[in-house]
Design a protein around this ligand. Structure first.
Ligand SMILES: Nc1ncnc2c1ncn2[C@@H]1O[C@H](COP(=O)(O)OP(=O)(O)O)[C@@H](O)[C@H]1O
Ligand SMILES: [Mg+2]
Length: 259
C-alpha cells in the first residue's frame, strides 16, 4: 500500500501580499506556505501587525494574493472569478470576525439565515436549521432580538451560528473573542470545541488568548509576515512553539486591532 497522503483541506503555497504605499512596496505577507488538514484546530498567534489578518483574508478568498496560491481540497482558487469565489465562500467557509458584522435591522434568526437566503434557500427547513443552531448556542430565547439588543458575547454566538448555517468544513475566525470578557470568551471557545467534536469542523483561529491557543491542536506563530513557528500546542510540539504560544506579546483583550 502507498503511504497515506491526505490532501490538505486548505493549503497556502508561497502566499505573498504587498501593498504599494507612497511609491514604496510594503510586503506584509512573505511567501507563507501552510497546510491545514481536516479536523485541525489551528491557532494563529503573533504580535499586532504580524500579518495574521492578512493571511486569514487570503485563505478566506476575501483578498487576492500578490503572489502564491490557495488550494481548497486540491482546487486552485486563483482560477475562480469573483462570482465563483463568492459562491465558494458561501458554501465552504464560515467566518467569525472580531466585530460581529451582524445586520442591525434583522433579528438573530434572520441573521443566521442570511447565508441560506443568499444561496437562494428560503425553505422552512432552513429556518428550522437556523433555530436549532441558535438553540445549540444557548440563544433560543434571543431568536427575535436584533443585534443591538444582545450582549457582545450573544452577538458573537449569533455570528458563530451564522458561520455554521451552510455546514462549512472550515471556520476562519479572526480574534473572535478579542472584545469579550473572559466568561463570554470561554463560552465561545467551548462552542468551538463542541462544534469540532460533533461535526468534525476544522477551525483556524487568530487569537491573542493564551487559554484558547493552548487548547488547540496546533499553534502557528507569525512574525513580520512570515511563519516563525508551526507546532503542536500544549508542549506536544517544539519547545519554541509551546513557549511562544503562551508568551507572545499583547495578550489579553485587544481593542481595535487595526485602529
Ligand atoms: N490595505 C492595507 N494597506 C497597507 N498596509 C496594510 C493593509 N492591510 C494591512 N496592512 C499592513 O500589513 C501589516 C499586517 O497587518 P495585519 O495582517 O492586519 O496584521 P495582524 O492581523 O497580525 O495584526 C500591518 O503592518 C498593516 O499595517
Ligand atoms: Mg489582525
Amino acid at each position: 500500500m502507498d503511504e497515506p497522503t491526505e490532501t490538505p483541506l486548505i493549503r497556502a503555497q508561497g502566499l505573498t501580499r504587498r501593498f504599494d504605499r507612497d511609491g514604496d512596496t510594503l510586503t506584509v505577507l512573505d511567501r507563507v506556505s501552510l497546510s491545514v488538514n481536516t479536523g485541525d484546530m489551528l491557532a494563529v498567534v503573533g504580535a499586532s501587525g504580524a500579518g495574521k489578518s492578512t493571511l486569514l483574508h487570503l485563505l478566506g478568498t476575501l483578498d487576492r494574493p500578490s503572489d502564491g496560491k490557495v488550494f481548497f481540497g486540491g482546487q486552485d482558487l486563483s482560477e475562480l472569478d469573483d462570482r465563483e469565489l463568492a459562491d465558494f465562500r458561501n458554501r465552504h467557509l464560515g467566518f467569525v470576525f472580531q466585530f460581529h458584522h451582524l445586520l442591525p435591522e434583522f433579528t438573530a434568526v434572520e441573521n443566521v439565515l442570511m447565508p441560506a437566503w443568499i444561496s437562494g434557500d428560503r425553505t422552512r427547513a432552513a429556518t428550522e436549521r437556523a433555530e436549532s443552531l441558535l438553540e445549540e448556542m444557548g440563544l433560543s430565547a434571543r431568536r427575535a432580538h436584533r443585534p443591538g439588543e444582545l450582549s457582545g458575547g450573544e452577538q458573537q454566538r449569533v455570528a458563530l451560528a451564522r458561520a455554521l448555517m451552510m455546514e462549512p468544513p472550515l471556520v476562519l475566525a479572526d480574534e473572535p473573542t478579542g472584545n469579550l470578557d473572559s466568561a463570554s470568551s470561554a463560552l465561545v471557545h467551548d462552542l468551538f470545541f463542541r462544534i469540532h467534536e460533533t461535526r468534525g469542523t476544522t477551525f483556524l483561529v487568530v487569537t491573542h488568548n493564551p487559554a484558547l491557543a493552548q487548547q488547540m491542536t496546533r499553534v502557528v506563530t507569525m512574525q513580520d509576515g512570515r511563519v516563525l513557528d508551526d507546532g503542536l500546542a500544549l508542549g506536544g510540539g517544539t519547545a519554541l512553539g509551546g513557549g511562544l504560544a503562551l508568551e507572545t506579546g499583547d495578550l489579553g483583550p485587544e481593542m481595535g486591532d487595526r485602529a
